[in-house]
Design a protein around this ligand. Sequence first.
Ligand SMILES: [Cu+2]
Length: 267
Amino acid sequence: MTRRRAGMVALFAAALFALIAEPVAAQPAASTTVEQIWDLNMNLLYVAIPITVLVEGILIYTVWRFRNQEEPLPTMENRRLEITWTVATAVILLFVGVASYQVLASPYVTAESTNQAELQTEEVTHIEVQAYKYGWQFYYNGSSFDGTTEVTSGQTLRMPANQEVELRVTSRDWLHAFHVPSLGLKADAFPGQYNTLRTIPTETGSYQLYCAEYCGSGHSKMLRTVEVMPQGEYDAWIEDQRASSSGNETSDDNSTSGDMAATPTPA
Ligand SMILES: [Cu+2]
């Protein structure tokens, strides 16, 4: 096989891989977080595929080309070759590092950790996510500690679409982890600590919430639904809950009061 032909084969294989990989990325991203993660994934894939094809191609070609050589001689010294692979590896690693850092340093991807209960006064939707054995409690537009929260729910986590949402993840007892794969959200839930996730959900719909840290016999029961609603519907729901909770301190589902000491009834 000539060098030119080998190059053509490698190029064709790379194009084929890219075609196969494309439909996954073509799915609409459900949040800004998942979009950033997928973009990084695709960028790394576009680098990894040609490298894989090149390395495997050289390997297969070498095995085939020298198959009848009884006593093969290794290349002892080749300065040009050494410089080439050192520089190429450095460039690739630099690209991977810079591309990954840009995404991992984004507040939409990596949770920020704080042990403070108070909220920053920003124009975002604040939701406090409390994990417990074995369930979740969500507090809207305020903190459960200072009693500023007016609305709470336990079965469904509601979020407005196309709005900046800040999720403050914490735990009442021990280790749990908040995980919504379709929205690209994941954060550990520690007692006495807040891990803050930021995102903008872009597609309305229902998403599955899991506990991603084995926490005991009821771990598998920690499944909940995340409902991303149009802004108007979300606002109406909040208003509705506020109106009904001001009378009898109850909420839409499985609610407890804002008191951290209260023992919640597992769902
Ligand atoms: Cu768990």
